[in-house]
Design a protein around this ligand. Structure first.
Ligand code: ADP
Ligand code: MG
Length: 571
């Protein structure tokens, strides 16, 4: 992908470039620090279960506008509740996926499990959602043209409504968030946190006026809105690597004599937040001997991220045992007990955490599908349950972005407005008039779009000028397995990317970042018991790369350095 020369650039956290000798020294130390603090992965090129490489990382944290970061954090409980409500709306899921499952075999297999579970009734009504909402800043946001900014400035609008509505969501008002079964202490602490968020958001927003933004140069546009890339409801990774990135980059900043910058790197409790979510679900299951089961791939390259979840649980709650099994293992060993409890090696499973099962390659044969169904019909609390998995499909995301659909799931008009703003253009390719219009639009201006199938895990999308050929190869019916989405144009950052095996010292490159906000939501069709935001992760890729999967090799671990529009420029 080429980069528009007019793309705004976010100011750096510290002055770059570094003198070469200092750069070589700090990079070498940082690589060792990363391995020794678990910011690491198994090598794909020279795999060994006995060794680790450091995970690619950005040497110093990339800047991210504080206001947008806090808006995303504040909005997460609303997104959690939205996804929970979507997952429990049988009619919506069924009609939304009706065309998709005619042509997409993988989604059809998932949907078949859903249909069978619906027919027999849910053995376990409670679901554990551990979500990650991925977003990018949109530098080309039309709302932020200088004229629009001045108009909004005159009208006294500075975004407070959005952030306040977003932050208020953590109090559990409206929708399913009634919190009946929550213990008083837990409910209080979740609400306290929400109140702190409101305070934080308001304090920050009031420090920036749109008029000052309008008077600045194009760099200012980098402070623009953000748009959701996707929402993950299965295997939302980096709960460990998110915080670990902060640990590595904090070390680097201290080594470089910039300890004063550390307070601008927000706390990140993703690992604790997510693992505590699993333990809250384990508590709800209420069987002291029952275990937590991680469903894993045949080979786990992202081993540190998974193992640190396991080790956190074992260290913090030593009485809870964690098992790791593949879908194939579950097919071989798993069975249901008299009350449909899932039994593995004689142990009862309370909670199932899927780190695999999101792509066709994880199901080698019908055996793995049978294992998924067995787990789905069991009493164990699933993360995700089949309805949550389906709610996370790209097709559902596209349907949610259509006018008036959010009203079905969210009551509060301010919340609807705040969530509506995070969607960029998402278009159906179903075999009907609207889908045909999308098809024509994509052929006319493919450079504006990304084409997505119903897949997770990266490497499946088609970008820009490759879209017409891809679409022309499909029949009209086949197209309905895909959706079209506006490309988001994030601002650039400049920095050093450090990768295993790459030349030393690294050179300064143009990069773009994608922020993921974690959320935990636990409940059933009638009640939400827990709903909170749980930390974040930042992935950064070369500006010229279409995708930034860290394990895939193009992305790098990063963490946000929060900047305000009236900060002094470092350069
Ligand atoms: P997957 O579920 O396979 O991860 P995503 O929808 O997250 O699929 O897309 C993969 C990557 O492609 C994202 O992490 C992001 O880097 C890039 N991408 C996806 N959608 C967009 C978009 N609308 N604009 C710009 N980049 C995008
Ligand atoms: Mg993704």
């Amino acid at each position: 992908m080429s980069v528009d020369p007019n793309t705004p650039v976010l100011r750096n956290c510290i002055h770059l470039p570094l003198p070469e000798d200092e750069l070589i020294e700090v990079t070498g130390k940082a690589k060792d620090y990363a391995i020794m603090h678990g910011a690491a992965m198994r090598s794909k090129t020279s795999f060994s279960p006995d060794s680790l490489n450091f995970a690619p990382f950005v040497l110093v944290p990339s800047s991210f506008p504080r206001k947008e970061f806090e808006k995303a954090v504040g909005l997460q409980p609303i997104i959690n509740r939205l996804m929970h409500n979507v997952a429990h709306d049988e009619e919506f899921i069924t009609t939304t996926l009706a065309e998709t499952i005619k042509v997409d075999e993988f989604t059809a297999n998932l949907f078949n499990i859903y249909r069978k579970v619906l027919a027999h009734g849910f053995t376990q009504r409670t679901s554990l959602g551990m979500l990650r909402s991925d977003l990018m800043l949109e530098s080309g946001c039309p709302e932020l043209s200088p004229k629009a900014l001045l108009l909004r400035g005159e009208a006294g609008e500075d975004g407070q409504a959005d952030t306040a509505a977003a932050a208020a969501a953590g109090t559990g008002s409206g929708g399913g968030g009634r919190g009946k079964a929550k213990s008083k202490a837990e409910a209080r602490s979740e609400e306290e946190k929400a109140k702190r968020d409101i305070h934080l958001s308001r304090a920050t927003v009031s420090g920036i006026t749109t008029a000052t933004m309008a008077s600045k140069d194009r760099k200012t546009a980098a402070y623009c809105c953000w748009k959701q890339v996707e929402i993950n409801t299965i295997a939302s990774g980096f709960g460990h690597l998110g915080p670990a990135s902060k640990t590595v980059q904090s070390f680097v900043l201290r080594e470089l004599g910039h300890a004063d910058k550390l307070p601008k790197m927000p706390n990140n409790n993703a690992l604790a937040g997510l693992c505590d979510g699993m333990v809250k679900a384990w508590d709800i299951y209420a069987k002291p001997q029952a275990v937590i089961l991680f469903i894993i791939e045949d080979v786990s390259y992202n081993i540190c991220d998974q193992r640190f979840h396991e080790f956190y649980i074992r260290e913090t709650y030593p009485h809870i045992k964690v098992l790791r099994r593949t879908l194939t293992d579950v097919h071989r060993e798993g069975k249901l007990g008299l009350n449909k409890e899932l039994l593995l090696s004689g142990l009862e499973v309370a909670v199932i955490y899927f780190r695999a099962g999101y792509e066709p390659g994880h199901y080698h044969s019908q055996d793995e599908w049978d294992a998924r169904y067995l787990m789905e019909t069991s009493l164990a609390i699933k993360c995700p349950s089949i309805q949550y998995h389906l709610a996370g499909t790209k097709k559902v995301q596209q349907a949610l972005a259509q006018p008036a659909v959010l009203e079905r799931f969210i009551n509060d008009p301010e919340e609807i407005k705040a969530v509506g703003k995070i969607f960029t253009g998402l278009y159906s390719l179903d075999d009907n008039d609207a889908g045909n219009a999308t098809y024509e639009m994509a052929l006319r201006t493919p450079e504006k779009f990304v084409l997505k199938p119903q897949r997770e895990g990266g490497g499946n999308n088609v970008y820009g000028l490759d879209i017409p050929d891809a679409l022309k190869r499909m029949s009209r019916v086949e197209r309905s397995g895909w959706i079209l989405m506006d490309l988001i144009h994030p601002p650039l950052t400049k920095g050093y990317m450090v990768r295993p095996g790459a030349e030393m010292p690294p050179t300064i490159v143009d990069m773009v970042s994608e922020l993921g906000i974690f959320g935990v939501v636990i409940g059933d069709a009638d009640h939400i018991i827990h709903n909170y935001q749980a930390g974040h992760m930042l992935r950064t890729k070369l500006a010229t790369a279409n995708e930034g999967g860290v394990a895939a090799g193009l992305g790098a671990l990063d963490s946000p350095y929060l900047i305000d529009s009236d900060d002094e420029d470092e350069n």
